[in-house]
Structures are given as structure tokens and as C-alpha cells.
Design a protein around this ligand. Structure first.
Ligand code: MG
Length: 413
């Protein structure tokens, strides 16, 4: 069976999508208040021949957007402030925002450097508008200039498109019974994940608009797009969550008791830790999962605990990246008492093959590079923004403290 009953169930506000507004430029304005209220553009190099990577809300109002040539942008807004891209700064704010989202009771799936999907737990549904405005306020606490658009819908696809319906600072909910009306305001290019090439493919089938796609008979879609892709489109358009693979696996972890002697320094502890990481990494790869968050923890001889979560900018399962991240986590370990037990867990798992979002499986790389993270990687081959390599040298470490035993026990290691 392709989908479980739980997946097929449409719940009006299951998906809450957070899309940061003009993220790179807003972060620049956050750290330099004199830039607020002014058109700002983030550029790869300070030269007229390049193009804008990210425009501030004020610059967008003047018609400047991602891809606008810099000389052209200067003509459109002579007072525009051009800033060279500062990836470590954006990553830092990315981690702060995601860390804040993690404190809600929603399951958080990071979609890009400035976007996240929150799956609202059943008991919070029905109050999700309230939850959304709370999230917006909490993001203002991360940075009072950091706006976001929030979309609520039955699945990620619709919630994401709801964020586009009002920018900046929108909060839009699309209910299942409003879907046809919502689609009638959109073109095929507005559909999340649909590239220009995909629109041509739909048009060849006589599907000119999202409403046509909604109304197309299931059999017709399956005959022309393939059985699974056709079914997915049929369900996705109706609010079924088909883009978030549900997994029962939530963590992979190992721990070791230090016998006969507890450890009193990181040097003593490290050989054990690196063995644990190797095991976790191996098990992740063998089971086909990647992790978004690593947990380092110890139990001291005096029975107290210490733990640290290391958020990743991407789903990972390779040993070098995991080792670097875990090593950084353990550098914060205080030896208040000898360490009796040490452990490493990988949590927030998802199937490795599912780590890049695609609606047509054969079009893994969308033609249109939409996410800023891809934009930077494409333009500069920075790589670091997606490999988490720079996490080890980031000036501000992720720190979501948790110190009691029940929390650690719930990780299910
Ligand atoms: Mg955005």
C-alpha cells in the first residue's frame, strides 16, 4: 500500500509553514539598525556586473528582486545599500530561528535556510492560528526585524503556497473546503515544486491551470504521469500529506558505561565517543536514514546528567560531519564530577533518499533554484552552507539545554 490511513486523513491545520521574509537582507538589517527601512540588497561581489542574491522588503517594493542586475538595481533605487553575502551570519540566525521553532510541540522539518514545516500535533489543531501568532512573536524575540509569513493548511504543499499569498508578515489559512477557490487564484507556476518544465508537461495534457489539475480524473493523471506520481498529485491537490514521509524510526543512539574507571577529561573520553559516533553513523547509513540533530550526553558519577543538542543545517549521516559536530558538542562538557556513562544519539531522522524535495521524482533538481541555500551553493560552490562543515567553527554554538534524565530517556536510544 502506498499510503497509510493516517496519511490519507485530511486534517485542516496539520501543516504550518514558516517562510522568513527577505531573510538575508532582514538579518543584515537586524544586526545594523541603520539599514532598516532602506532598500538593501545582498550581492555576491560588490560589482555592477553581478546580480542581487536577496533584496530587502523595501527593495522589493521598488521592483528589485533576486536576479536583478546590480547596475539595474542602482538605477531603480539610487540609495540602495549593497552588502556582500555573509553566509555565516545567516546560518547563525537560521539556527536561532530553528532552535526557537523546536521549542514548540510541533515536529519541525527544516526545508531550507529560511523555511520550515511544522507538523502540528493533534491536540493543538483547531488552535493553530493562535499557535502561528505565538510563533511569529517568538521569531521577533530572535530578532525584532525578522518578519515571516506563515501558512496553514492540510498539507505542506498547500501551507507553503499559503505563505506566498501574503508577504511580508502574512498569516493565511487555507481550509480544505476553500481549496478550489484558492487554486482559482493561482497559475501552474505558482504551485509549490512545479518548474517551468513541469508546467509544459501539464499543458501538453490539457491541464492549463491548478483548477484543471484539481479536476483531472485520477485515472487520466495516472495514465500520463505514472501510477504513483499521478496518485500523489491527485491526493496532494486535495490536502493529503504525501510529501512528508512518515517514519516510525525516531532515533539511533549508542551509549557506553566507562568501566572500571570513570573519565575525568575529554581526552580520556574521546576514543569512546568516536566509537559511538562511528556506530551511530553506520547504523544510520545501513537503515537508510539521515539525521538533523545529534545529541551528546553523559551521566556523571554523582548521577547528575549533562546533554547538548547539535542542530545540523542539513540531514546528515556521514562519519566525518557527525564526528565534527559531536566533537564540538562535547567541548562544552563540564567535568563537574567524573563521567560514568557517555552517549550519542541521532534524532529527527528521515529517509536519506527523501532529503531533497521533489514532486516529480525524475526531476530531482528543480530547474528553478528557489531556496537561498541552493542559490549560494550554485553561485559560489560554497558547499559549507549545506555540509555543516562550518558548524565546527561557528562562533555561536547551538544550545538547547536539557539536563534531566527523562528527556534523555525519551530519545529512545
Ligand atoms: Mg523566504
Amino acid at each position: 500500500m502506498l499510503y497509510t490511513a493516517e496519511q490519507l486523513h485530511v486534517s485542516a491545520d496539520r501543516a504550518l509553514f514558516v517562510d522568513m521574509n527577505s531573510f538575508f537582507a532582514s538579518v543584515e538589517q537586524q544586526v545594523a539598525p541603520e539599514l532598516r527601512g532602506r532598500p538593501v540588497a545582498v550581492v555576491p561581489f560588490l560589482h555592477d556586473s553581478t546580480s542581487v542574491l536577496a533584496a530587502s522588503v523595501e527593495a522589493k517594493q521598488l521592483g528589485i528582486s533576486t536576479g536583478t542586475n546590480v547596475a539595474e538595481a542602482r538605477r531603480m533605487a539610487p540609495s540602495i545599500k549593497l552588502l556582500r553575502v555573509n553566509a555565516p551570519l545567516y546560518r547563525d540566525y537560521h539556527r536561532r530561528v530553528m532552535g526557537m521553532l523546536d521549542q514548540t510541540r510541533c515536529k519541525v522539518t527544516v526545508k531550507s535556510i529560511d523555511e520550515a514545516l511544522l507538523t502540528v500535533p493533534k491536540d493543538l489543531r483547531g488552535n493553530s492560528l493562535e499557535l502561528a501568532s505565538q510563533i511569529r512573536n517568538n521569531i521577533y524575540e530572535v530578532g525584532d526585524w525578522l518578519g515571516c509569513s506563515i501558512g496553514l493548511g492540510p498539507n505542506m504543499f498547500i501551507a507553503k503556497m499559503a505563505t506566498n499569498a501574503m508577504k511580508p508578515n502574512g498569516l493565511v489559512q487555507v481550509l480544505p473546503e476553500e481549496l478550489q477557490g484558492f487554486y482559482s487564484t493561482l497559475s501552474l507556476m505558482n504551485l509549490y515544486g512545479v518548474s517551468y518544465r513541469s508546467t509544459k508537461r501539464f499543458k501538453a495534457l490539457g491541464i492549463e491551470t491548478p483548477l484543471d489539475l484539481y479536476n483531472a480524473p485520477l485515472k487520466y493523471l495516472q495514465n500520463h504521469l505514472g501510477e504513483n506520481t499521478g496518485l500523489s498529485w491527485h491526493l496532494r491537490m486535495r490536502g493529503v500529506e504525501v510529501d512528508q514521509k512518515l517514519t516510525h524510526r525516531t532515533s539511533v543512539g549508542h551509549q557506553m558505561t566507562l568501566t572500571p574507571n570513570p573519565a575525568t577529561s575529554l581526552e580520556e573520553l574521546w576514543p569512546t565517543i568516536s566509537q559511538l559516533v562511528a556506530k551511530v553513523s553506520h547504523r544510520l547509513r545501513k537503515s537508510g536514514f539521515s539525521s538533523h540533530r545529534l545529541v551528546c550526553f553523559v551521566r556523571y558519577q554523582d548521577r547528575t546528567h549533562w546533554g547538548k543538542m547539535m542542530n545540523q543545517t542539513q540531514y546528515i549521516n556521514d562519519l566525518p560531519t557527525m564526528l565534527r559536530s559531536v566533537k564540538q558538542g562535547f567541548t562544552h562538557l563540564p567535568f563537574t564530577s567524573p563521567v560514568r556513562l557517555v552517549g550519542v544519539s541521532a534524532i529527527n531522522l528521515r529517509p536519506t533518499a527523501d532529503t531533497s524535495y521533489s514532486l516529480f521524482p525524475e526531476e530531482r533538481r528543480a530547474e528553478q533554484i528557489t531556496s537561498a541555500i541552493d542559490l549560494i551553493t550554485e553561485k559560489f560552490g560554497v558547499g559549507s552552507i549545506t555540509t555543516a562543515r562550518n558548524l565546527t567553527i561557528a562562533p555561536v554554538a547551538d544550545h538547547i539545554g536539557f539536563g534531566n534524565a527523562p528527556d534523555v530517556a525519551q530519545m529512545g536510544y
